[in-house]
Design a binder for this molecule. Structure first.
Ligand SMILES: *Cc1c(COP(=O)(O)O)cnc(C)c1O
Length: 385
């Protein structure tokens, strides 16, 4: 019997993490100091990307990508309905028109055949960006995305908030880690407490494109530059210029300290998530529960472990009575009242809508104990039998 609440996701903070934050608080900088630079460099290295820019949260990261790409009112972009609304909102802030492309019934990621159908129906260049989401930690097929991007002329902004550490092996046999910028123009991460790295709030953009990187950094701090090569005047050492309209989307030093400390455990954390997933898979084998798909060329980062069941609401309620706070992710974004006002309606993305009636995210986080997982498994099996 478990007498405490087990949530679907949870941050893991060690004494080492706390020590790192205390140290940052005692240092000379609370924001825009050396720890942010260090976190950016180790995060870029972790992703295998040239550049990383860390920002105040994942939503800000998406907005900065839209700005860096020059998205303006009326520009069209495509994303998936099976995501947190921020994937679309970041582009709405710039006035983009959002098209929702339905998901694949096996991976629950954007269906790239359906994406191609949408792209084919309009002239090249109609869509300025496509924002696929590495849903639950399953990486999108970046290689196919790149082919489509080149053919139809759009930028790829990969929303990898669920998937740091995930990999997919491309047709050349190269193992691509999510965020390595081999195929995507820009990749976005979040450091919200339920995500892999938890800094309270936080986010990052990775890219191999220097121009886009510089724009993201510029818009992160009001559009202000101190770069002497870019200044229009040289008044003295104090002088800076605001050259474009940006925001304050900065991160803090103590958050960076927390991020650096947690990044050191990422390989273990991904491994542990994989272990938990395997144990669930095995326990639910041969039952009515549909367990997550993964292809051979994919390393799933398992931000979420999602099962499909017919009587989902009853299972959700039953688990809650037993202190297990499973979660339903996601109510389709195109059916949010805000997006419905643009004409989106039931039936527009049937696979995502059907998925939503059956999905349930079971507890999945690296510090989940064996005893806790056994309890979850026992209760799920008790319900389905
Ligand atoms: C968490 C999340 C975001 C937004 O991140 P925040 O840091 O909470 O702003 C965006 N997209 C997806 C898919 C997410 O899961």
């Amino acid at each position: 019997m478990i007498d405490h609440i087990i949530s679907y996701g949870r941050q893991y903070i060690t004494d080492e993490d706390i020590q790192a934050v205390v140290e940052a608080l005692k240092s000379d900088y609370l924001t825009q100091g050396p720890k942010i630079n260090k976190f950016e460099s180790v995060f870029a290295q972790f992703c295998n990307s040239k550049y990383a820019c860390v920002v105040s949260n994942g939503t800000a990261a998406l907005h900065l990508c839209a700005m860096a790409l020059g998205i303006k009112p009326g520009d069209k972009i495509i994303t998936t309905p099976n995501t947190f609304v921020a994937s679309a909102n970041g582009f709405r802030y710039q006035g983009a028109e959002i098209t929702f492309c339905d998901i694949h019934p096996q991976t629950f990621l954007m269906d790239l055949d359906k994406l191609e159908t949408i792209l084919k129906a309009s002239p090249k260049g109609t869509y300025k960006a496509v924002v696929p989401v590495d849903f639950a930690g399953y990486p999108i097929d970046g290689e196919r995305m790149r082919q489509l991007a080149d053919q139809y002329g759009f930028a790829i902004v990969e929303d990898a908030c669920h998937a740091p550490g995930a990999t997919f092996t491309d047709s050349k046999g190269i193992v691509n880690r999510v965020g390595n910028s081999s195929y995507a123009d820009l990749t976005v991460f979040s450091f919200h407490p339920v995500k892999h790295i938890a800094t309270g709030e936080g986010g990052a953009v990775t890219t191999n494109n220097r121009e886009l990187y510089e724009k993201v950094c510029l818009y992160r701090t009001h559009g202000i530059t101190r770069d002497s090569e870019k200044l229009t005047r040289h008044d003295g050492g104090w002088y800076y210029e605001m050259q474009e309209l940006g925001y304050n989307y900065r991160f803090t030093e103590f958050q960076a300290a927390l991020g650096i400390s947690q990044l050191g455990r990422m390989d273990w954390s991904i491994f542990r998530r994989g272990e938990i997933a395997k144990k669930y898979d095995k326990a639910f084998e041969g039952t009515v529960i549909k367990t997550p798909f993964r292809a051979d060329n994919v390393l799933h980062a398992f931000h979420l472990y999602i099962i499909l069941v017919d009587n989902r609401k009853a299972l959700y309620d039953f688990l809650r009575e037993n202190n297990i706070f499973a979660q339903v992710l996601y109510a389709p974004a195109h059916l949010m009242p805000y997006y419905k006002q643009f004409g989106w309606k039931e039936g527009d993305c049937p696979v995502a809508e059907e998925y939503y009636t059956k999905c349930l995210a079971l507890p999945m986080f690296p510090s989940l104990t064996n005893e806790e997982q056994d309890w979850v498994i026992e209760k799920v099996l008790e319900f389905v039998r």
